[in-house]
Design a protein around this ligand. Structure first.
Ligand code: ASP
Length: 209
């Protein structure tokens, strides 16, 4: 895509990593491996009888301070809609973890005849519900963007009452909204809007459900 290859390590990321190693690699999301991942660093091998090291929810690892997904919805003059996400994933993730961000319908979804949505949060929970797809379908069925976002979050809450997650929605005419799930330390979600008539981006805030 034209980007030069470069080392993205920073002094801060290096010190977080060194701290993690010093704390015997805690937090650690591996399960069913040896040596014991709750006390030891790897290299790990699957316990006898377990082939896969299946990650549990990252709810404890992803919070208001540690998430970093950039989710965007763009609507042009003709009403064409595009969405995209960019993410680090989650701190201390297991190598190979994909998460929700790159999954169409989970991290984001766009349909120019309706609108778009993009999500952030505990991808291991959210990716099971395709909230971005759900929000766009809610708008297709007539919901305004705020209601569409709320319904997508509420649908996850029915199964997982508390998770860390938020979603933004915009329809193809440029109306927009957002919703989030109230979790410890996370009661509001901030997002930014830029639209015709504004000279600078507008910071919006929504109270979590
Ligand atoms: N959704 C991302 C993930 O779970 C994390 C984030 O939103 O920052 O990979």
């Amino acid at each position: 895509m034209g980007f030069a290859c470069e080392d993205l390590t920073t002094n801060r990321s290096l010190s977080i990593y060194s701290g993690w190693l010093e704390q015997h690699c805690q937090p650690n999301f591996r399960t069913n491996v040896t040596p014991d991942p709750s006390t030891c660093c790897g290299p790990y091998k699957p316990l006898k009888g377990f082939k896969n090291d299946k990650p549990p929810s990252l709810q404890k690892a992803v919070d208001v301070h540690s998430h970093d997904t950039i989710g965007m919805i763009a609507v042009d003059k003709q009403g064409n809609v595009a969405t995209g996400t960019s993410t680090n994933g989650a701190s201390h993730k297991i190598p190979g973890r994909v998460g929700d961000s790159p999954i169409i319908g989970a991290g984001s979804y766009a349909d120019s005849s309706v609108g778009g949505a993009a999500a952030t949060g505990d991808g291991d929970t959210m990716m099971r519900f395709l909230p971005s797809y759900q929000a766009v379908e809610n708008m297709r069925m007539g919901a305004d963007p705020t209601t569409a976002c709320r319904k997508a979050i509420a649908r996850i809450q029915k199964h997982v009452p508390v998770f860390f997650g938020a979603i933004i929605c915009a329809n193809h005419t440029g109306s927009y909204g957002a919703a989030c799930c109230k979790a410890p330390g996370f009661s509001q979600f901030h997002y930014t809007v830029f639209k015709p008539g504004l000279s600078q981006p507008l910071l919006e805030v929504v109270d979590c459900l």
